[in-house]
Design a protein around this ligand. Structure first.
Ligand code: PLP
Length: 396
């Protein structure tokens, strides 16, 4: 019996276990010290009332013979696919219900999408970025070419004449971990590049709910995207569904590779390997995307945005360089005094009792950077920021 030897090529998943180890060691040394976590990528605000009420109603329906439902349609009930379609239409983006595939997570879809492409192809992946793109491509035996995000390009790499052709192009905007958001012009460059080299853009819009002003929420706001892009989105961060689980992937009908419709391939893959999201969750997601639900969700998003503002205005005062904090729950800061990511982690933990996420865990270019998140409790965030300010004033 042979295993998939590609698994052997992956780096150990070291980031969060190392954070936990260092935090536990510190706790053992200083058991009375209060530790605040500003590193988590999980939400903390509860689900919106509209979703909770819809979930209760749906659970009641399941307990009555006349309204009981068994297996859900693979790609989602028409009501949720239409709700997502209307959600896009609010921004003038036309996406048909049968181009939307509802699933239990963008993480799964981002990984599973590789099923419909040949193994051994080339993936262009920004660095730093959400580690799932790298690991899933290693598992699939694909070649990975990195494109560098750095302070020079605002952590928003765009292709130029030196960018090699690629089969798959991963874009994450707003970006995890850097919080950077592509504008329409930059996305147009990616679309030109993808169409020139025949590649498919895999656009991860998991944090689109944080985008404000004129910046794009969806790659489909940009002309030409329907011919070259697949979009992944999720209710996890927008509507607090990290534990409830509901996401959607959009595969436009115009999108072909090797003369084959990728919408048809993804439909086939979904029908073969997935039995749908539970009816109750789909009703909850539908309610979250209703006018009432969206207004309630906006309150939670505002709460996180205010946390982000609290963190970033302290960094402004300290003169610390960062990206994100606007249009994103992430604040990606340059570690002061040329410190390495882990060195800065230790400093914040010991001096401020604050746990963040070392940027080095998101790629080579993350070294020397650090991620803070706005997903925490307001009072705890304010307290953490006070402590960070004090620690940094002593340091800088
Ligand atoms: N995409 C990005 C960029 C993320 O940061 C995350 C979660 O942290 C996900 C996708 C996962 O979303 P889901 O909860 O829908 O699986």
């Amino acid at each position: 019996m042979k295993i998939n030897a590609n698994f052997q090529k992956m780096k150990p998943s070291y980031l969060f276990s190392e954070i936990a180890k260092r935090t536990a060691e510190f706790r053992a040394q200083e058991p009375d010290k209060d530790i605040i976590r500003l590193g988590i990528g999980d939400v903390t605000r509860p689900l919106c009332p509209a979703a909770v009420e819809a979930g209760k109603r749906a659970a009641d329906e399941m307990g009555v013979a006349e309204t009981f439902r068994g297996y859900a349609p693979d790609g989602g009930y028409p009501f949720i696919r239409e709700a997502v379609s209307r959600y896009y239409a609010r921004r003038g983006v036309s996406v048909a219900a049968d181009e939307i595939f509802v699933s239990d997570g963008a993480k799964c879809d981002v990984g599973n999408i590789l099923d419909i492409f040949a193994p051994g192809i080339t993936a262009l992946i920004p660095d730093p970025v959400y580690p799932v793109y790298v690991d899933t491509n290693i598992m699939a035996g694909n070649n990975i070419v990195y494109i560098s995000g750095s302070a020079d390009n605002g952590f928003l790499p765009v292709p130029d004449e030196n960018t090699p052709p690629a089969d798959l192009i991963y874009l994450c905007s707003p970006n995890n971990p850097t919080g950077a958001v592509y504008n329409a012009g930059q996305l147009a460059k990616w679309i030109d590049y993808a169409r020139n080299c025949g590649g498919v853009i895999l656009f991860d819009a998991a944090y689109e709910g944080f985008v404000e002003g004129g910046l794009p929420h969806s790659i489909f706001e940009i002309e030409g995207a329907r011919e070259c892009a697949i979009e992944f989105c999720s209710l996890s961060k927008t509507a607090g569904f990290t534990g409830t689980r509901c996401a959607y992937t959009v595969v436009p009908k115009e999108l072909n590779a090797d003369g084959v419709s990728l919408n048809a391939l993804w439909a086939r893959r979904t029908a073969t390997k997935f039995n749908g999201v539970s009816y109750i969750i789909q009703r909850m997601a539908e309610a979250a995307l209703s006018e009432k639900g969206l207004a309630q969700i906006a309150e939670n998003l505002d709460y996180y945005k205010e946390n982000a503002r609290v963190i970033s205005s302290a960094l402004d005062e300290l003169g610390v360089e960062y990206t994100g904090g606007k249009n994103s729950p992430y604040i990606w800061l340059k570690c002061p005094n040329g410190m390495g990511s882990w060195e800065f982690f230790d400093l914040l933990l010991k001096k401020a009792g604050v746990v963040g996420t070392p940027g080095a865990g998101f790629g080579v270019n993350g070294e020397g950077y650090f991620r803070l998140t706005a997903f925490g409790d307001r009072d705890r965030t304010i307290e953490a920021v006070k402590r960070i300010e004090k620690a940094l004033r002593e340091e800088i």
